[in-house]
Design a protein around this ligand. Structure first.
Ligand code: ACO
Length: 431
């Protein structure tokens, strides 16, 4: 028998029975949809206790530290698959066969160039523009190139959108960096893997040969996998809400990027590096730890703690190992800043304050260190996150539109403004 909950009212109004739904895993949800017809809304700013959709893509258990894409634990995917397989899995629900993967990789490779006129879009920005601003602008501008003739209710059209976005966003990201640097744009190379191709567009110049380091390419590919989706976070919910009206998907992904840009979401890895720069030396770690514990000081140890994970973030465990591999490959283990980061991690993991509050190093702590070691500037860190998350955004957008029951998102509100009042002509108003 289906579980229900009964809402009773202190004023004697008739009770309302609401169904309780249970997903494959996770917290049961009370289906409150009947409430609207009965004259009530629910109030939940920040959606702290509200499920906004049904989704079969990603599952997180923050208490146990679990993350699954389509039922596969993140550890299995990070160590046994590559980002192309994970993109396919997110989009299609199943891992590809060898033939399906080859066809997918071919399609992504052949969509990686930007329309020639897109160069003009880049050139309209100031050289000093933040690369996230450029990403948002250029991705939004893709809607001007791909709009006419697109039917978002046709599954094949949505698949083309997904392939274009996954293929072109690395080019947009690398070009945003090149534009900042004043270097020529580097065109994609189809023979390279997804991560290698991105490194090629970022780091090569027309004057010199460039061979991507395989350890770094593998690390980057793993980072892309770890960041590919994270269920209904702010940016993904933004993509869904924008897309729910039937808006152009490139514009929706640009909206998701705008949401990601905020320091409370995608900007934390940049903050980790700023903190390490400020710290400057291992000898100052105790001072920063003391400040982090001091309730009268707003300072927090950046890269520690997570809203959902109250156990070690499974992605952090994987990326930590990748971080050491990258530092070894680049012979940077003895670099003073990286030694300082590793010492900070060691001290915090042994400190009673952090242990008792379940504050573990998060994925941002390590991704910032890896990016810096690779030579990616901190202004590009959120761009890297956006590049990886594009797969998840487009998979979630596709899932929403494929659902025949999908509706435009339209939250309600608790109005607290003035009650109805009379209009006063301007000459009669007093301050
Ligand atoms: N440094 C010091 N103390 C901390 C930290 C930290 N980084 N994070 C949490 N705490 C303390 C709080 O002061 C609080 O202590 P109290 O119980 O004595 O009052 C306790 O731990 C619980 O903290 P909350 O604020 O309730 O935890 P919440 O879940 O709201 O915050 C957050 C999570 C925002 C991530 C927080 O841990 C934080 O600010 N971390 C630093 C920023 C960061 O690294 N963000 C990246 C998140 S990961 C990601 O976005 C992929």
């Amino acid at each position: 028998m289906k579980k229900t909950v009964t809402l009773t009212f202190s004023d004697g109004s008739p009770p309302i029975e609401l169904p309780i739904e249970q997903g494959t895993y996770g917290t049961p949800v009370i289906d409150i949809r009947p409430l609207g017809a009965k004259g009530y809304f629910t109030h939940d700013p920040g959606f702290t206790a509200t499920s906004s959709c049904t989704s079969a893509i990603t599952y997180i258990d923050g208490e146990q530290g679990l993350l699954y894409y389509r039922g596969y634990p993140i550890e299995e995917l990070a160590y046994k698959a590559d980002h192309m397989e994970v993109c396919y899995l997110l989009l299609h629900g199943e891992l590809p066969t060898a033939a399906q993967k080859q066809a997918f990789v071919d399609s992504i490779s052949h969509h990686s160039m930007l329309h020639d006129q897109m160069e003009n879009v880049f050139r309209g920005f100031r050289r000093s523009a933040h690369p996230m601003a450029v990403m948002i602008g250029v991705t939004g501008a893709m809607s001007a190139f791909y709009h006419e003739g697109m039917d978002i209710f046709d599954a094949r059209h949505r698949e083309i959108v997904a392939h274009r976005l996954i293929a072109k966003i690395p080019t947009v990201a690398a070009w945003a960096y090149k534009f900042n640097e004043g270097q020529p744009f580097i065109y994609p190379r189809n023979r390279l893997s997804y991560a290698e191709n991105f490194m090629h567009m970022m780091f090569s110049t027309p004057c010199e040969d460039y061979e991507p380091n395989p350890v770094l390419a593998r690390a980057l590919d793993r980072i892309f996998i770890l960041h590919a989706d994270h269920e209904q976070n702010a940016s993904t919910s933004t993509v869904r809400l924008a897309g729910s009206s039937g808006a152009n998907p490139y514009a929706c992904i640009a909206a998701g990027m705008a949401s990601l840009w905020g320091p409370l979401h995608g900007g934390a890895n940049e903050a980790v590096l700023k903190m390490l720069d400020e710290m400057g030396d291992v000898s100052r770690i105790p001072e920063f730890i003391k400040r982090a514990k001091d309730k009268s000081d707003s300072f927090r140890l950046m890269g520690f703690g997570h809203r959902v994970y109250k156990n070690m973030d499974p992605r952090a465990r994987i990326i930590r190992q990748t971080c050491y591999e990258v530092l070894d490959a680049l012979d940077l283990r003895d670099d003073p800043q990286f030694r300082m980061a590793m010492e900070l991690e060691r001290i915090a993991l042994e400190d009673e304050y952090f242990i008792s509050r379940k504050l573990y190093p998060n994925v941002d702590f390590y991704s910032g260190i890896i990016f810096r070691a690779m030579g990616i500037p901190s202004s590009m860190f959120t761009v890297m996150f956006a590049l990886a998350r594009t797969a998840g955004w487009v998979a979630q957008w596709n899932e929403m539109l494929a659902d025949p029951a999908h509706k435009i998102g339209r939250p309600r509100q608790l109005y607290t403004g003035p009650a109805r009042r009379e209009f006063v002509p301007i000459g009669e108003r007093t301050a």
